[in-house]
Design a protein around this ligand. Sequence first.
Ligand SMILES: [Zn+2]
Length: 185
Amino acid sequence: MAAVSLRPRREPRLIRIDANKTLAVLVDATNVTVKLHYCTEPEIRSFIRCNGANCVACRTGKSVQERILIPVYLPASREMGTLSVETTRRPGALGPQLIWLQAKRKTSMAAISIHALKYKVEALKWDDEDEHFQAKVHDFRAHVTAGRVDLRRLYPKVDNDRLAKVPEFVRTLAILEGSDGGDSD
Ligand SMILES: [Zn+2]
C-alpha cells in the first residue's frame, strides 16, 4: 500500500496555533465536524477520516477523535485558513472559546495563542469592510456552495479495502475478530 498521498487542494490550509499570537477573523458559522483516527502505522502515519459503518480502523479499536473545522481569514497573510479544534470542553480548550465568540458577533477577530496547554483567545475589533477580507470570504463561500471546497478533505480518506491491507490492521483484526483480517472486496 502506497503512503497516504497529500494532493493539492483548494481547502484553506490547517493553521497551527503556538505561543505566538495568531490573528484570525471568524467568518460565520460555516463550521463542519469530522471524525478522525490517528494512525501511527508506517503505511499511514497521519490523521485519516473515519469511514463510518464498518470502518476498518474502528474495528481494530482505534479511538475516534471528533474535530470542528472552523474557517478563518488571516489578516496578516490575507488568506483563508482552517482551525481544527477538539470538541472537548476542558478548561482552556480552544473550540468552546471560538464558538462562543462566533455566536456573539457575526464577524469578530481573535488573537489566539497557547501556553501550558491552555488556549488564550482575545477578542479584537475587526473592520469587516476590508476589501481583501471581503474578496477572500466571498470566494470561499462560493467554493463551499458549489461543492468545490469541503474542509473535511483537509484530512485524507483511505478506503476500507486499503485499510484492510495494512499489516498491523490485518493482524489486529485476526486477533479481535478471529478472521483473516476482514474482507478486502
Ligand atoms: Zn472509524
